[in-house]
Design a protein around this ligand. Structure first.
Ligand code: TTP
Ligand code: MG
Length: 361
């Protein structure tokens, strides 16, 4: 839905996340160029603080190049457990604030703002409050975007960076989108960008002006999607909405997890998080589900029905682990994403009702 104020989506992304965490924990590094990444001979940059970006340092650049560009930078190895801890706190804030939250990676999530009303001012003030809460709680900067759909919300947070807050109002979509380079559209990687440039399409506005038939002829269904995005239309629902009436947690790793013990301990942690949230919301559920994504992005889900509804933390944790060991295939080279969900939820208080109430008389 894109129409005038019918729905609003927020997107939050932490600024220079790993580097900002290091600057928080090491005050002597604040204001200095901080580069987090592999320190070995073939290491690459994970994150460069904004001070380091001024030297032309970017994610995925070889560390050796970064060191040449900025010999006086502070070079640090990543501390994933610490980043995960902060990521969990950010997600907890979002979970409390919004009904539907879709975590995308350690430092990035979408959230539905529709529950705050259908007007833009209502959505905007809710999103501003969320940004403030995240910054107060973590003492780290983040950027928040608001738009009528997922695509525009994420674009808004990117365009506002760093420490940004930007709203893309449906009425302004063309002004914002048209001047952007075509690779800002989702799905346009290097090779697609080259093909589009070959057709003389350099800016999003060029793409929007081209007849749909031409794009479909050249790119098939991807062409249709491109044309929609170029017009600011994106109807993909938040992931949480597709699994209606369930509570889920998931985590994407910045590297592939190959050790089954590590995978299991993540599954346990996520299951405990789901079960605690169910208790907080006074819900019981009957279906336990896990989701695994492999490095090639293939995603599988497995689920089990319990005999009765429960909100028991150990029971939900045990079932999630059982699903993992039942038929896990770690032979795929690792795990990229793990999710745990409980579905078939109902109000915990219903559990108190007798199953076969006595009939009067
Ligand atoms: P991003 O959100 O893409 O980047 P960022 O938070 O460092 O900077 P900003 O959002 O302000 O542009 O990624 C989040 C974290 O994910 C990042 O801090 C480190 C990690 N990461 C990698 O490890 N490798 C990568 O190639 C990228 C892009 C990110
Ligand atoms: Mg970020």
């Amino acid at each position: 839905m894109t129409a005038r104020g019918e729905r609003w989506i927020g997107h939050l992304d932490m600024d220079a996340f790993f580097a900002a965490v290091e600057q928080l924990d090491r005050p002597e590094c604040r204001g200095r160029p901080v580069i987090v990444g592999g320190l070995g001979p073939r290491g690459v940059v994970s994150t460069a603080s904004y001070e380091a970006r001024a030297f032309g340092i970017r994610s995925a650049m070889p560390m050796s190049v970064a060191q040449r560009r900025c010999p006086n930078g502070v070079y640090l190895p990543p501390r994933f457990a610490r980043y995960q801890e902060i990521s969990d706190r950010v997600l907890a804030i979002l979970d409390r604030a919004a009904r539907t939250v879709e975590a995308v990676s350690l430092d990035e999530a979408f959230f539905d703002l529709s529950q705050f009303g259908t007007t833009l001012p209502a959505a905007e003030s809710a999103a501003r409050a969320i940004k403030r809460r995240v910054e107060e709680d973590t003492r780290l900067p983040c950027s928040v975007g608001v738009g009528p759909n997922r695509f525009l919300a994420k674009l808004a947070s990117e365009l506002g960076k760093p420490n940004g807050f930007l709203v893309i109002d449906p009425g302004r979509v063309r002004d914002v989108l048209d001047p952007l380079a075509i690779d800002r559209l989702w799905g346009v990687g290097k090779s697609m960008a080259r093909r589009l440039q070959g057709l003389g399409l350099l800016r999003v506005g060029d793409l929007r002006a081209v007849p749909l038939e031409l794009l479909v002829r050249e790119f098939g269904s991807a062409g249709r999607r491109l044309k929609q995005l170029a017009s600011g239309i994106d109807e993909t629902p938040l992931r949480g909405e597709m699994e209606a009436k369930s509570i889920s947690r998931e985590v994407t790793f910045p590297y592939d997890l190959a050790d089954l013990r590590e995978v299991e301990s993540e599954v346990r942690r996520l299951a405990r998080g789901v079960a605690s949230q169910m208790r907080a919301e006074r819900l019981v559920g009957r279906t336990v589900r896990i989701k695994l994504r492999y490095p090639d992005f293939r995603t599988i889900t497995r689920q089990a029905q319990l005999g009765h509804r429960t909100d028991s933390v150990p029971l939900i944790e045990a079932h999630a682990v059982h699903l993992l060991h039942d038929r896990t295939c770690l032979d795929e080279g690792g795990i990229r994403l793990i999710g745990v969900a409980v579905a078939d939820l109902s109000d915990a208080r219903e559990r108190q009702l007798p199953l076969f109430p006595e009939r009067p008389g």
